[in-house]
Design a protein around this ligand. Sequence first.
Ligand code: HEM
Length: 534
Amino acid sequence: ATIHDQSLMRGHGGELHQTAEGDTPVLTTAQGAPVADDQNTLKYGERGPSLIEDFHFREKIFHFDHERIPERVVHARGYGAHGYFETYESLKKYTRADIFQRAGEKTPAFVRFSTVAGSKGSFDLARDVRGFAVKLYTQEGNWDIVGNNIPVFFIQDAIKFPDVIHSVKPEPDRAFPQAQSAHDNFWDFISLTPESMHMIMWVMSDRAIPRSFRFMEGFGVHTFRFLNDKDESTFVKFLWKPKQGLQSVVWNEAVKINGADPDFHRRDLWDAIQAGDFPEWELCVQLFDQDFADSFEFDVLDPTKLIPEELVEPVPVGRLVLDRMPDNFFADTEQVAFMTQNVPPGIDFSDDPLLQGRNFSYLDTQLKRLGSTNFTHLPINAPKCPFHHFQQDGHMAMRNPSGRANYQPNSWGEGPRESPQRGFRSFVDDVNGPKVRLRAESFADHYSQARQFFISQTVHEQKHIVMALTFELSKVETPVIRERMVSHLLNIDEGLAESVAEKLGMRKLPEPAEAAVSPRNDLPASDALSIIKN
Ligand code: HEM
């Protein structure tokens, strides 16, 4: 920025006043009244007391006092950028989503990357999952893919979300540790939650300390549905593949970077985009049908499982380019409201119990955080396509229905009407069964994919997992929690369990944790593979 020589005036007490001359606009109150003196409060006599009638001072301090809004209950620390999504070719056969109808079409996008556990002021290189939330401003409404850089999650049912998050956040009595998973509460919960083992392998791997946001994959995690214009359904998983490749730092580097530059990931994205080196990701889809879902070894509704890319190849369907930083961090990055339930016609949910819970949670939390039901009136959250509805009033309403009618049907011929053809239609699913509070047996195998992930790693990557688990568990003060963790590791990989136990100085190995096995495990992986190939 250039340094401007402003007209300077010295005040009565020696203080400096920069005054508006030439093109410089005149400072005003929020009500628009020009301000003569922004250095001194209005006082009775030169040395006070101050007067309550000083509306400029009162407005200025009032506004400042209310600058902070609640930070996100999770993913508080994040950084965003604008860009666009370009569709490669029409996916009409699978989905009627407008964004996938025309090759070459560009759709505006906003992306927010984040850590999960740390507070808004925490450091960037924490060992943590990274949020990868994409808002696509399509011609038929905003579509949010609220994903992470890891393809699976800690829990299978949304009712456990407050528990997993409470366990990872600072402990309630001592209010530490801040942003690391290395503490008794977290490992206590994890060791009592076998379904988290697959996710834990990823979180202990190099994926959880990415070199920058630009070198991360993104995953929609859940199984969704594409619906075409005949309302035929194809299951779909969404994956973002970075054109820059995948890179991580090692733990030693992460610790040093956190000390030297806690804003390392922010600075990296800012610098790259300012320099015109625009990061790019390909959106890939894994498509499969009900027959595949029925024959797959694991339940496609279970968010702790992935569908191996060797089984269902991810097909690139478009690219995402980030080419502009927000002019104002708060306006865009802090106020953006991502919601899994934001889907346009042609995209639908599956019955994944984590996704179903998320679809409630995100709307609920925005009211708390942004403070008004009218958060869609903020430019970053408003659709960029025509929209018409009868919602009105509430705090900070910037748009209200015009004319006489604010309801329908009405006899005045005013306002919008439904469209059975163009409107959003849910997949007509055949749902049947008793109303129960149960976990499906098909969700019961918690170790097979954890093992597949561990053995898919190179030798030095496996070593990093051993070192991460050793570091983390060495911070756990309660021996029984460490033992429980090793008993889970024994079900994942014996060598892994033995190495960690030895490094922790355990004299003898515990018994392996009791392992329920999904009935679907009777189906060998090779059968599932041949089913797809046929
Ligand atoms: C925020 C991802 C599970 C509740 C976020 C954000 C991401 C994310 C990326 C940050 C959005 C942003 O940048 O503004 C995920 C993924 C999940 C998951 C991938 C599992 C696959 C859940 C569940 C719940 C939940 C199960 C609750 C039942 C929230 C809430 C926020 C949030 C309340 C804060 C939103 C805000 O204040 O804007 N999540 N989440 N998440 N998530 Fe999740």
